[in-house]
Design a protein around this ligand. Structure first.
Ligand code: 8YV
Length: 320
């Protein structure tokens, strides 16, 4: 029997069983457990033909260049903004990722944050626990049903969120670089116009240089004092300092955030605000979805070693 391919893994997947299955099928070495990563890569980097990483950890250009025999990357996650496209394309590395399997859970959490910040669920929980109920009534909240939902990024996850919205009798509008062919929803040709129209602006656009800080002070002011922001995409899409100011000055009504510019460190000012719901980048974090993501990480590797291409390939890898 031939030896299993030697792969480098630069962080554990969030289910012990997945890491065990990976190690049972491939010859895995854990880079994150190396005390001197640079020295290890200099000595042994040329031995690895594959890298197992995640959307959160990614692979920078220095790591890719330290692996001159790299043929395949299998990344746990749908976002690929932390994978250095230029370095990977230059080395003609095939890159697999985990789209689709997380659509439902990310859409569910987007709605959980939307409902929470609008109906004050977390704030009400704090109110009851503090014993404030005996002192007076909890403040009135904002109705969700029948309102306008603006989706920035009508892709796989965006359209799953739009389907959830129909159960709340919400009108859906969206902004993308281009209208989505056949979409039944209203297309707005600018993010500002979408924010102006929407009661809830939900960010599901991909991260990276092209979308950095697109949700800025101007967009937040267009959303306005009755409007709520929800972000389940990447912290980088929102100018977090501008968001803090807009929240502090009640220029928007509230925000539900699963992602931040500097994870795991949300701006401290956010922690002090009651009209904000904060989550620790957990939208895909259910047993079921994380299992499915891990299965696809393994399947992408197996398909690559059998056919030369991962099953689910990021667009710039598929174009190689
Ligand atoms: C991951 C994510 O949980 O898929 C993505 O792009 O951001 C999350 O689903 C996380 O990045 C895993 O590292």
């Amino acid at each position: 029997m031939s030896r299993p391919p030697r792969l480098l893994q630069n962080g554990a997947m969030p289910l012990a069983a997945l890491n065990q299955e990976l190690a049972a099928r491939f010859d895995i070495h854990r880079l994150d457990q190396e005390p001197d990563r640079a020295a290890f890569l200099a000595a042994q980097g040329a031995e690895f033909c594959g890298l197992v990483t995640s959307a959160g950890i990614g692979a920078d250009a220095a790591l890719v260049r330290a692996l001159p025999k790299l043929q395949v990357v299998s990344s746990f996650g749908v976002g690929y903004d932390a994978l250095d496209e230029a370095a990977l394309v230059a080395q003609k590395v095939r890159v697999g990722y985990t789209p689709d399997v997380l659509n439902d859970c990310v859409a569910d959490l987007a709605f959980a944050l939307l409902l929470d910040v609008s109906r004050g669920v977390s704030a009400a929980d704090r109110f009851v626990r503090r014993g404030d109920w005996e002192k007076g009534r909890f403040g009135l909240q904002t109705r969700v049903s029948g309102k306008r939902l603006g989706i920035f990024g009508m892709g796989r996850i965006g359209s799953t969120i739009a389907r959830r919205a129909s159960g709340f009798d919400m009108e859906v509008g969206y902004h993308n670089r281009r209208p989505v062919e056949g979409s039944p929803h209203q297309y707005m040709d600018s993010l500002r116009a979408l924010a102006e129209w929407a009661d809830y602006l939900v960010v599901v656009a991909a991260g990276g240089a092209g979308t950095r800080h697109l949700v800025n002070a101007e967009v937040l002011d267009a959303l306005g004092p009755q409007g709520f922001l929800v972000n389940v995409a990447r912290g980088s899409v929102v100018d977090e300092a501008a968001l803090v100011q807009a929240l502090q000055q009640n220029r928007i009504a509230g925000a539900g955030l699963d992602v931040f510019e500097d994870e795991p460190r949300p701006l401290p000012a956010l922690l002090a605000l009651d009209n904000v719901v904060l989550a620790p980048h957990m939208a895909s974090g259910t047993h079921e979805t994380r299992r499915a993501m891990g299965d696809l990480v393994l399947e992408n590797l197996e398909t690559f070693f059998a056919t030369g291409r991962p099953k689910a390939e990021v667009p710039w890898s598929a174009a190689l």
